[in-house]
Write a protein that binds this ligand. Structure first.
Ligand code: CS2
Length: 483
């Protein structure tokens, strides 16, 4: 029988005395990505500066807390590739608060002056914004609830604003808000959403936030598939201890952070992060190259019967399509040196092919309504404005349209996860397999496509043509033809 992972069972001790660690960061959205990324950088910092421990918070489900509490919030990060698996225990998360049952405690913690950074990975939909414009969605049910009940907020913007309000009332300095989500200009976007929300509550508070709170942008990158029971078995065999929620990830990790932390920050540059003045070019590169490829090959791959990204990128048609998408359609829109972009592209293709990472196409296909704008549509806009071809990018959009019909190529149901799944399905049901009707219906969603793209004949024509081909010839054949 294996023993449970706890401080007592630790074979290799942490590099720091955990009892001396004090909290300096609250992280909202304590999911797998954070635990494979920022929590690892912080773990590396604690030996030299123990004042930056993390208090995690989950806004939706208590499952992370339930899994980690019995093991002292320790967990294993298993780094995997064709060469094998290396495991490491992370101790930087000191506690996890479940927002649903510990809302007061979470707000008190956020208002604690020891907390100098509040970071977020709440996914695109957690910002309660309109993805096409980046503005707060005032009709979002969580925003409506938080405006009605601002002292017991449930949304990320509501929690941030309530905590900042308490700090202001107490005469304390604010915290720095560090978004680690895959949004364009993520710092500016969260700043806009938070101040818009605050303005609806109290214009003076909104002005204070605008004047005093820093919202640095950051580009985050590490591929982290959802953990499965098979992964738990792999970790148990490797380490001999029982970890209720280990994290599986790749060797690659990258974090580019805008260096704007008036309340101080850990010396992240000493543990591999890049602290820079301007992050947006890196964000654009990552969102358009990595995430744009990821979404495109996930919709096509899923429809074509590929369960994992590594299988999708092994299909010659998909591989050529993704290579061409990056080389001919994305790279010319980016400000970086061509040689550097070619190297970045080749490294991405190698990462996608990692056979040890079981990254499900279905996982990436989630929340397309929130992801398409920054992954594909921004590139499409830039290229249309320059009168350049968008054939491969438009296939990514068409494959999403085909996917959200909720029926796969064998007639089996697809479990479409998206905050707008019901609306998408209703549009698809009304259109049937009529590509023109389906494209018209979905392009009519301004929160995804804005008002410019639906009236662009080149875009509409390319998407509709590809959609007809997807229905007629199937995803793999269409990918091959467009590649
Ligand atoms: C993926 C990302 O699930 C998705 O949509 O595209 O989570 C991707 O793995 C990360 O951004 C990699 O850094």
């Amino acid at each position: 029988m294996s023993t449970r992972l706890t401080m007592k069972s630790l074979v290799t001790p942490l590099a720091y005395d955990r009892k001396a660690v004090t909290p300096g960061i609250v992280h909202l959205g304590i999911g797998a990505f954070h635990r494979a990324h920022m929590a690892v950088y912080v773990d590396d910092i604690l030996a030299t500066d123990p004042s930056w421990g993390i208090i995690g918070a989950s806004l939706r489900r208590p499952d992370t807390k339930d899994a980690l509490a019995p093991q002292d919030f320790l967990y294993t990060v298993a780094i995997r590739d064709a060469a094998g698996t290396r495991a490491r225990v992370i101790g930087s998360i000191l506690d996890v608060l479940d927002a649903n049952t510990q809302r007061k405690e979470l707000i008190v913690t956020l208002a604690d002056p020891r907390i100098r950074i509040v970071s977020l990975t709440v996914t695109e939909k957690g910002y309660c914004h309109d993805p096409a414009t980046g503005n707060l969605d005032q009709r979002h049910p969580d925003i409506v609830a938080d405006l009605a009940n601002p002292h017991a907020p449930i949304s990320a913007p509501g929690l941030l604003v309530r905590a900042l309000e308490l700090r202001r009332e107490a005469g304390n300095a604010p915290f720095t808000v560090l978004s680690c989500d895959n949004l364009p200009s993520n710092g500016k976007t969260v700043a806009r959403i938070v101040t818009q929300f605050a303005r609806l509550r109290d214009p003076a508070l909104a002005d204070w936030i605008a004047e005093h709170v820093a919202f640095p942008c950051s580009m985050v990158d590490r591929i982290v598939p959802a953990t499965t029971d098979a992964d738990r078995d792999i970790v148990r065999e490797l380490t001999g201890v029982e970890d209720a929620w280990p994290i599986m990830t790749e060797p690659f990790t990258q974090w580019v952070i805008e260096d704007h932390f008036p309340q101080g920050r850990p010396a992240f540059e000493t543990v591999g992060a890049q602290l820079v003045e301007e992050v947006e070019a890196f964000e654009l590169m990552k969102l358009r190259m990595l995430n744009g490829s990821h979404s495109t090959m996930s919709y096509i791959g899923y429809l074509g019967g590929c369960q994992f990204v590594s299988e999708a990128v092994a299909d010659p048609g998909i591989r050529q399509l993704i290579h061409g998408l990056m080389t001919s359609e994305v790279m010319p829109t980016l400000p970086m040196d061509r040689k550097d972009l070619e190297a970045y592209r080749d490294a991405l293709l190698a990462r996608f092919a990692n056979p040890a990472l079981k990254h499900r196409t279905w996982q990436i296909a989630m929340d397309g309504s929130q992801k398409l704008p920054q992954r594909l549509l921004g590139t499409i806009r830039d290229r249309l404005a320059a009168d350049q071809s968008i054939q491969r990018l438009a296939l990514g959009v068409a494959a999403w349209m085909r996917y959200v019909t909720g029926i796969d190529e064998k007639g089996e149901p697809i479990d479409v996860k998206d905050p707008h799944a019901a609306r998408l399905r209703a549009i698809a049901d009304a259109a049937g397999r009529d590509a023109e009707k389906l494209a018209d219906g979905l392009l009519g969603l301004p929160e995804i496509f804005g008002t410019d793209l639906p009236s662009n004949a080149a875009f509409r024509g390319a998407v509709t043509g590809h959609l007809a081909a997807l229905f007629r010839d199937g995803a793999l054949a269409t990918a091959k033809a467009v590649a």
